[in-house]
Design a protein around this ligand. Structure first.
Ligand SMILES: [Zn+2]
Length: 355
């Protein structure tokens, strides 16, 4: 019996090892797959309390269905509390900079951004936002200026960059003739009038600086813009990089306006759903959803399960230092699990694009 038992045990042990190796190899294989396209979605000021409130009041969010999550340390180079400029500079360049910095380091010297790298590598690129294209978050992906207040100079950095598509506000800052000379088809209006044969688009919501809030009647502009952007950029078979910002979650926070925060978060989640649906169908797209920082120190103090209402309070009218969640879906998403500094997001995107 003893002689029989030993070979049997050995056989079982080897079989288990083999099965383990095989399944291990499969997991490693999935993890090695790299995306062709990356969609980076930034909910400005969207912390966990904002997401929790929006999910509760809305009866769920598409974000709730994602299974790969991490946490982001948002501090800037010179401040425990970041602003949107330093936050977006960390995401776009992989460097922590000072508050107010637009795509420049602590020494105010330009840093190459992930969007510029994508352009250099012949990928399609795009920006979608619900504020001015020159505002801090979108600006950090294409501009290099020492201060976020320099809107005209930021707009000037847009020309000649080769960005395929920009949708948002800020028309007064841009020179239409320069955009036309750059080959852009320019359109203005809350409802898309899209010419399918144009190769480069600049789409303004209206003639003003910023877009209205959802409560002021913006409608499904962000959702439609995100869909249009993905469909258009996907014509480039080498891949694309798209940054989508839900800008006004932050503004609701600064106003200490709970309904504004919740509505803008739910609106942003609609765009997230569209991106996830696109990534599911495509199979080669990584969607990353995060925030640059939390705004207003939102606390959810009491709630009614029956009425779906929340009693809340705000700790500040500014940003807070609490970590923000990051979600990822698609090839390479596993890299975004865990706790990391905001600069890691750039590192992972650069690695996954193979730049
Ligand atoms: Zn803010």
């Amino acid at each position: 019996m003893k002689f029989l038992k030993k070979p049997l045990a050995l056989f079982i042990a080897f079989s288990l090892l083999f099965i383990n190796c095989k399944s291990g190899a499969k997991v490693v294989g999935d993890k090695l797959k790299k995306p062709l396209n990356i969609i980076l979605m930034i909910g400005d000021g969207m912390g966990l309390a904002q997401i929790s409130a929006a999910s509760f009041i809305n009866g769920g969010l598409s974000l709730d269905l994602l299974t790969t999550l991490g946490l982001i340390n948002t501090s800037s180079a010179n401040n425990y509390i970041t602003d949107s400029a330093a936050g977006a500079t960390a995401y776009s360049t992989g460097q922590k900079s000072y508050n107010g910095a637009i795509g420049v380091g602590v020494d105010s010297v330009s840093l190459i951004t992930i969007l510029e790298m994508a352009e250099k590598n012949n990928l399609a690129t795009g920006i979608v936002t619900t504020c001015s294209i020159t505002h801090a978050t979108p600006a950090c992906f294409y501009a290099h200026q020492p201060s976020r207040t320099m809107d005209k100079a930021i707009a000037n950095d847009f020309y000649g960059k080769g960005i395929d598509l920009a949708i948002g506000g800020g028309k007064p800052y841009f020179d239409m003739e320069k955009l036309k000379a750059d080959g852009y088809t320019i359109a203005t209006g809350p409802n898309f009038n899209w010419q399918t044969n144009a190769s480069k688009y600049f789409y303004f919501y209206d003639d003003s600086l910023h877009l209205p809030s959802l409560a002021q009647g913006r409608g499904d502009f962000l959702l439609n813009a995100t869909k249009k952007a993905m469909g258009t950029l996907n014509n480039n078979k080498k891949g694309f990089f798209l940054m989508v910002e839900g800008s006004q979650i932050d503004w609701g926070g600064h106003d200490n306006n709970f309904d504004y925060v919740v509505q803008e978060t739910i609106d942003f989640d609609k765009a997230i759903k569209a991106a996830i649906d696109f990534a599911k169908a495509d199979g080669n797209t990584l969607v990353i959803i995060t925030a640059d920082h939390e705004t207003a120190g939102l606390a959810l103090n009491k709630g009614s399960l029956k009425n779906k209402t929340i009693e809340h309070s705000f700790a500040t009218g500014s940003h807070s230092g609490i970590m923000v969640p990051i979600y990822a879906f698609g090839p390479g998403s596993h890299l975004f699990a865990g706790t990391m500094h905001n600069t890691k997001v750039f590192d992972h995107m650069k690695f996954l694009f193979g730049f």
